[in-house]
Design a protein around this ligand. Structure first.
Ligand SMILES: O=C(O)CCC(=O)C(=O)O
Ligand SMILES: [Fe+2]
Length: 344
């Protein structure tokens, strides 16, 4: 097979995150398509992370989502509080500063202690599949400043991301050498979560705690589902754990999406794909930039993809025959609700 050079987005401390030109999978020659699928899969297997460019979601649509998100978070606090996140099963609504402490600790008491000591410096709005009985999305009333209907913007984006989930999983299938459509029946339901994130501006001294605890914007964690599509602004601060055990900057690259594998995909792949820890810290200073009175706000948008909630998740063909299955099969929806319930 023809070899293809793959660009690298991050290369440090034995962490190699590839920058994948997804248009070569979508529209390339058969050879380009195949080698791109292999490179994408390799990124998930080695780093658990890839960057995607030419992913097919228009820049203008992403800009509109970020503008609407900023307009939402700028609304008065009581308005946002009236849309509060209401249950792990629904995972929809607004979460104020300090409510969720993402962490690996499954024990509720430990999570509470950690949350009290070092709250995350962020607020978020979670949006789920629209129209799920008994699980309403918590839509803010009316229009944003630009006259754009918030709900329409977010639902259109939800759909665009759902489509991309299907296409990325098709690339995973091609990389694994199983039928390209193998995951289609797992991705067509759209049991996904769109999370708008706002890390408010913060004074640098907040990060220098007298008690010696490490203050971050979002604590280290892995994601739970199949893959996460992460859209970040140009502030920076996202870090990914390297194989050597150090957190390495995953710097923003314009017009790319960071995509990482979650715990359920790792499990599904019999641990041949990695779900890698990541976190958000104070932004690294930019070249020529003075550290002023405050670090500016950071906005990001994470789209958490899951296998359809009614699906049974058992090792993917080709990932277990030689080694045996490491895990019992599990129902997708039950697994995810159990994981979410532990962090709130
Ligand atoms: O805001 C970011 O860049 C990362 C957010 C994240 O990892 C998450 O919400 O799971
Ligand atoms: Fe995450």
């Amino acid at each position: 097979m023809a070899s293809m050079t793959v660009d690298t987005a991050v290369e440090k401390d034995n962490l190699f995150i590839p920058l994948i030109d997804f248009s070569l999978f979508l529209h390339g020659t058969p050879t380009e398509k195949h080698s791109t699928a292999l490179a994408l899969l390799h990124g998930f297997q080695q780093a658990g992370f890839i960057y995607l460019k030419n992913h097919g979601i228009p820049r203008s649509q992403i800009s509109t989502v970020f503008a609407s998100s900023a307009a939402f978070f700028a609304r008065p606090q009581p308005q946002k509080d009236s849309l509060a996140w209401y249950s792990p099963a629904a995972n929809r609504g607004y979460t104020a500063h300090g409510r969720e402490k993402v962490t690996q600790l499954a024990d509720r008491a430990d999570v509470a202690a950690l949350r009290a000591a070092v709250p995350d410096l962020k607020e978020s709005l979670e949006i789920g599949r629209e129209g799920e009985p008994g699980m309403p999305n918590m839509w803010p009333d009316g229009f944003d400043g630009a006259g754009v209907a918030f709900r329409d913007t977010m639902l259109a984006f939800f759909d665009a991301c759902k489509g991309l989930h299907g296409r990325v999983m098709r690339a995973v299938a091609v990389g694994l050498g199983i039928p390209e459509e193998w995951f289609d029946g797992f991705t067509d339901g759209g049991d996904n979560t769109l999370r708008l994130l706002h890390y408010p501006e913060v004074r640098p001294e907040v990060f220098r705690r007298a008690d010696g605890l490490e203050q971050v914007r979002a604590g280290e964690h892995t994601d739970y589902g199949s893959i996460t599509l992460l859209f970040q602004d140009d502030r920076g601060g996202l870090q990914v754990l390297s194989p050597n055990g150090n957190f390495i900057d995953a710097a923003p690259i314009p017009d790319t999406i960071v995509v990482n594998a979650g715990d359920l995909l790792a499990r599904w792949s019999n641990d041949t794909i990695k779900s890698t820890k990541h976190r958000v810290v104070e932004p690294p200073p930019k070249a020529g930039e003075e550290v002023g009175d405050v670090y500016p706000a950071r906005y990001s948008v994470a789209y958490f993809c899951n296998p359809n909630f009614d699906k049974f998740i058992d090792a993917i063909p080709g990932t277990y025959e030689e080694t045996g299955k490491k895990y019992e099969g599990v129902n997708s929806g039950e697994y995810l609700v159990r994981r979410l319930a532990a962090t709130y």
